[in-house]
Design a protein around this ligand. Structure first.
Ligand SMILES: Nc1ncnc2c1ncn2[C@@H]1O[C@H](COP(=O)(O)OP(=O)(O)O)[C@@H](O)[C@H]1O
Ligand SMILES: [Mg+2]
Length: 253
């Protein structure tokens, strides 16, 4: 599988205090594909994902070494501005966290910060991203209702719309469907499959079947180590490493 690299991780180590959560991780994340990070609970999936937008080193007691290149720039270089990195990425977490404001204002939030004030333009932007998140039809008649009144599944799609509205290049999802019912999960998955034409997507999941539905590329972590990575059809169907084989068969979980 030939691909263009979007994020290049080189010899990444992350320590929480004295615990080494990631051990010498080196992997390239392909551009405009869905990469799925799999592995049992506690193996470092969230830590790896949060390294990409430098959320990981915003905590005390965290030590990071190694490099993460984003568009050729090492994001851990002290000269790099974190806001510049973060602007390139939208993050969906396990539970949706809409801002305590209306549906409309949630999506308009980022564009307003970037100086867009024109009502018509904001309206167009809000509509566009609500459509991209397949939420528009459900909310178009109540855009000024509080976001908190939406169902969890709708809130997660709203968070996706809010993230997309700042025009990121990369969408990061940390088990983004784990709080959702099957129907809502399916909707989010469907969105990812369409959005990968325009965005690089990295999803953490411990649900193997979700990995099978979504992944172009797979990264398998175990106890902080990168065991195996490669195209989904290799890793999920015919892995080389014994550890991966056992995980896929459900022996390790
Ligand atoms: N803020 C933190 N402080 C201390 N240890 C942490 C912190 N976050 C994660 N860890 C530890 O790092 C390891 C990897 O965690 P994590 O990346 O959350 O794994 P996963 O997402 O695969 O479940 C675990 O052993 C976890 O207990
Ligand atoms: Mg996690």
């Amino acid at each position: 599988m030939e691909f263009k690299t979007h994020i290049s991780v080189q010899n990444l180590d992350v320590f929480y205090g004295t615990e080494r959560a990631l051990k010498d991780i080196t992997v390239d994340i392909p551009d405009k594909k869905i990469t799925v990070i799999i592995g049992p609970s506690g193996c470092g999936k969230t830590t790896l994902l949060k390294s990409f937008n430098r959320l990981v080193d915003s905590m005390d007691e965290v030590k990071v070494s190694g490099k993460v290149f984003l568009d050729g720039e090492n994001i851990f270089d002290p000269k790099v501005e974190i806001t510049h990195i973060r602007k390139k990425m939208g993050l969906l977490s396990q539970k949706p966290f809409p801002l305590p404001m209306s549906i409309y204002d949630n999506v308009a939030y980022g564009p307003r910060i970037h100086g867009i004030r024109d009502k018509k333009e904001l309206g167009r932007i809000v509509e566009h991203y609500l459509k991209q998140s397949s939420l528009w039809d459900e909310v178009k008649d109540r855009l000024h209702a509080p976001a908190s009144r939406l169902s969890l599944g709708q809130q997660q799609r709203l968070c996706l719309a809010r993230g997309l509205a700042v025009e990121p290049e990369i969408i990061l999802g940390d088990e983004p469907t784990s709080a959702l019912d099957p129907k809502s999960s399916q909707r989010i998955e469907q969105r990812f499959l369409e959005l990968k034409r325009e965005y690089t997507i990295v999803i953490v999941t411990h649900i193997l079947r979700q990995a099978m539905r979504l992944a172009d590329y797979v990264v398998f972590l175990y106890l902080g180590e990168l065991i195996e990575h490669g195209p989904a059809e290799d890793i999920l169907v015919d892995p080389k490493e014994e550890m991966t084989k056992e995980y896929i068969k459900g022996i390790i979980s």
